[in-house]
Structure formats: C-alpha cells, structure tokens
Design a protein around this ligand. Structure first.
Ligand code: NAD
Ligand code: G6P
Ligand code: MN
Length: 440
C-alpha cells in the first residue's frame, strides 16, 4: 500500500491533536510516510508541534514528523492538506461574537454578521494555502474544514474553480452519530442518509440503517421530544452546545417531514438566541475555559515530562470524518460523504451556481454527486435568500465593495433593517482593518 504524506494546515488549531491521533489510528488502511504541521503563527503551533513530536516518536518512530511556518518545506511532496485555519484566531472570533450582540443581533462564529465578518477574513487565508499546495504538490487534495465553510466554498469555487479542494463540515456527521445512538447503533457510518442544503443550513430527508430500514419515524419522535439531546458525538458537550441540541426540537417543528441542522436555530429563533446570550461570556470564552485550555495543558504535560504516556485517542466526528474522506479518495472506497459542491442541477429547482451540501460518492476520481428531489417552497425560499447573502459577501471581497457587503448584511435573516446593518457593518470594518480588503 502507498505511504501517504499529509500536511495539517492550521497546525496550532485545537483540532490538530484529534486529527493527528486519528491518522495514527488508521495506519492499517492508510499508511503514512510523513506528517507535517503548518501554521503562520510559530508560537501558537510550537506547543502542539513539540508535544506530538514526542508522541509520534514514541508510538510510530518510522513516521517522519515535522512542524514549520515555511510554506515550501510544509507543502512539498505531500498527498493531502487537511486545513483548519482561523484567520484572526480566537481574539477575532471574540469580536465576531460580541460586536453583533452590541446591536441586539445574533453573535455567532459562522452565521449572521459574525459569520460574514469571519468569511471576509478567511477567503485570502484559504486561497493562500490552496496556492501553496498547488505550487509545491500539484497533485495533492486539500480537505478543508476552515470556516465559514459556505462562504469559503463559494470563494474557492469562484476564484479557483479547477482546484482539488473539498470543503466539508462535521455538523451533520455529529448529528448522524447522535441519530445512530437514538436508533441503537454505534457510529455515524451505520446510517445511510439523504441531506440537502447550504453549509450550516440544511435538512435530512431520509435516514436508514444499512439494511435499508426506515429510521425516520423513530428519529422524528426523538427530535420532536428533545431535539438532539440524546447520543454522544465526543465533541460538542459543553453547556451552550447542549442548549443548541435541545433547541433543535423547536427548529424541527417548522417542518416535521425533515430533520434539521442545528444551525438553523440562529435563523429561525434569533430573538431567543440573543435573549439567551451574555455579551460578557460567549462561546469563545467557553472554549478558552475548556477545549483550548485542555489541548494546550496536555501539550505542556507531554513536553515537561518528555513522554506522552497516558494520552489517549478519543475519536470524534470531526477527526473521523476528514480521515475517512482521505481514505476514500486514496483507496477508492466509493463511500458516501456530505460535501459542499457546486449545485449544477443536483438540487433541481435551486440556483445551479450555488454551493450546496449534498451526499456524494467518493473515490479515486474525486466525487460524484447524488441528485436530490425538488425541494419544498419553505426551504427554497430560505436557501435563495441565504445563498444570496453568501454570494454578496464574496463579491464584496472581490470588488472591495462596501455596498455589496451592506446588501449582504441587510439580506441576512438575522438583521432587521438596513440601518442596523450599516451600524454593525461600520463597527465590523473597524475591528477587521488588519484582515479585510479595503471597502469603497
Ligand atoms: P484555532 O484558532 O485554535 O486554530 C486555528 C489556527 O490557524 C491557529 O493556530 C492560527 O494561527 C492558524 N492560522 C490562522 N491563519 C492562518 C494562515 N493564513 N495560515 C496558516 N495558519 C493560520 O481554531 P479552532 O477553533 O481550532 O478551529 C480551526 C478551524 O476549523 C476554524 O476555521 C474552525 O471554524 C474550523 N472548524 C470547522 C469545522 C467544520 O465543520 N467545517 C469544524 C470544526 C472547526
Ligand atoms: C460544529 C460546526 C463547525 C464549527 C464548530 C464550532 O462542529 O460544524 O463548523 O466550527 O461546530 O465549534 P466550537 O466548539 O468551536 O464552538
Ligand atoms: Mn461546520
């Protein structure tokens, strides 16, 4: 079997250890020659680099491991880039979450005004990584988690239409874990699903076990009673996520024929979300207190003691999904994955130029899309509006257009008027001066 070389871009990410450990857990079907971490922040990456250098040496001394901030070194001779960068890091996430709240608007990482702000920062960062990959390893695949995936996917499709990049999201997979548990199964891979939408804006329409038995009645009953509270995905466990999983019950009620993505709560119940937000303690604070702290404390422990004994792999949806996708591309497994891809008629009564999240069959050739049924008026209306927001953001970035960005914010379901859109926009421009193109 071929030995692969992988670069994790955003090596300083809190998700890097999970992906690394998952790669090492799959060596029997996906042998590895080299793992490289790449980040543009040397200090942020260094701890993870040092700690997991020890880990890899102790567990798999035959694997070459390195971490670097040098693009040529990082992107040469590789087969895959697994990207998870956050341009502006948590300090800017804090602004994405807290500035909108000042105006009584939802303050969220990937949706509404915060997601738009993050999108304008991410585009150049993701394109930069893609260009490095194509320069130094033109045959490689980039598997991209960097958010906000809807805007990033629109941008990569528009700016680099022929590049080998797959934009992905772990949320539906997390929900599949939970739904599998509701039905008495272990893994998201025990389910076969149909799903359509935009990223963080979609619906499951069919859910079955591997024998073809229809699980929709059981899942609908569960979600109708308590949202996605049941089941564990090993990843989203803190208070705010539990609240989001519970709220899915109210999101579900709007269309009991489908099972919704949790992110729809921000679009359907923005007033509720704002009422239940604390501008002094948003999701980023919770992460600093938990995930970020845990990841870096574990690194400190490994570095100080010089050994990784006691560090264990805890699989979660995020790492299992991206590694399985790489395996599918490499080993031609023909498994089904939800990918964010150009619509081009796959959702027949929807904008063919939109980037949609739908099931695809993945193999050595890349992916083949699975066509969907015509979608109902409710979802179509919502998706037309939301995809227009996302397209306007990318146009604003390309053209440096203030007005297009103002239009995008005005069109967002989470912003009540053009007046409020302008107020929050001007504040976001101030906060993002180091990252956004100049807007005229
Ligand atoms: P994080 O801030 O801990 O890590 C991001 C890293 O990216 C940092 O080390 C930072 O220095 C680095 N970085 C920023 N700009 C860069 C650039 N231009 N080049 C190289 N490195 C750069 O963030 P996190 O919470 O671990 O999340 C990482 C990313 O993964 C985010 O974009 C997040 O939204 C995304 N994510 C996506 C999904 C999904 O479903 N698509 C799921 C989870 C996380
Ligand atoms: C889900 C989404 C991701 C998002 C993450 C945020 O997994 O699919 O797109 O980045 O949640 O989680 P966090 O724990 O960083 O708030
Ligand atoms: Mn996601």
């Amino acid at each position: 079997m071929k030995k692969h070389s992988i670069t994790i871009a955003g090596g300083g990410s809190t998700y890097t250890p999970g992906i690394l450990l998952m790669l090492l857990d799959n060596l029997d079907r996906f042998p590895i020659k080299t793992i490289k971490l790449y980040d543009n922040d040397e200090k942020r990456q260094e701890k993870i680099g040092k700690a997991y250098e020890i880990y890899v040496k102790e567990h798999h001394p035959e694997i070459e491991f390195m971490y670097s901030t040098d693009p040529e070194e990082s992107f040469s001779d590789i087969d895959f880039v697994m990207a998870q960068i956050r341009v502006g890091k948590y300090d800017m996430r804090e602004k994405d979450e807290k500035i909108p709240l000042k105006y009584g608007l939802v303050g969220q990482e990937t949706t509404g005004p915060g997601g738009i702000a993050y999108g304008l920062r991410s585009i150049s960062g993701v394109i930069e990584i893609l260009d490095y990959m194509e320069k130094y390893s033109p045959d490689a695949w980039m598997l991209n988690y960097s958010n906000p995936a809807a805007i990033v996917a629109e941008a990569t499709n528009r700016l680099r239409p022929n590049s080998k990049i797959l934009n992905i999201c772990d949320m539906p997979i997390s929900l599949m874990y939970k739904m599998a548990h509701m039905a008495g199964f272990e893994d998201w891979k025990d389910l076969d699903v149909m799903y359509y939408g935009l990223n963080h804006f979609g619906w499951f329409t069919d859910i079955r076990d591997k024998e073809g038995n229809d699980l929709m009645p059981l899942i609908r009953k569960n979600v109708g009673e308590s949202g996605f509270v049941k089941g564990i995905d090993g990843q989203h466990y803190e208070q705010s996520w539990l609240e989001t999983f519970r709220k899915a019950k109210d999101v579900y009620e709007l269309d009991p024929n489908t099972i919704p993505n949790t992110y729809l709560k921000y679009y359907f119940y923005p007033d509720y979300v704002v009422e239940h937000s604390d501008i002094n303690h948003t999701r980023v604070d919770e992460i600093r207190e938990n995930r970020e702290k845990n990841v870096f404390e574990t690194c400190d422990r490994i570095i100080e003691s010089g050994t990784s004994k006691g560090v264990e792999l805890k699989p979660n949806a995020h790492s299992s999904y991206i590694v399985d996708l790489a395996v599918a591309l490499s080993n031609n497994t023909q498994e089904q994955f939800l990918l964010i891809v150009p619509n081009e008629g796959s959702v027949p009564n929807f904008d063919p130029t939109a980037m949609v999240e739908i099931p695809c069959i993945v193999g050595k050739y890349g992916y083949k899309k699975i066509s969907q049924q015509a979608i109902p008026q409710f979802q179509k209306g919502l998706m037309e509006q939301q995809v227009s927001v996302e397209k306007l953001v990318v146009s604003a970035w390309e053209e440096g257009s203030y007005n297009k960005l103002w239009q995008a914010l005005t069109l967002s379901r989470m912003v009540p008027s053009a007046k409020v859109a302008k107020e929050v926009l001007d504040d976001l421009i101030d906060a993002n001066r180091d990252y956004w193109p100049e807007l005229k």
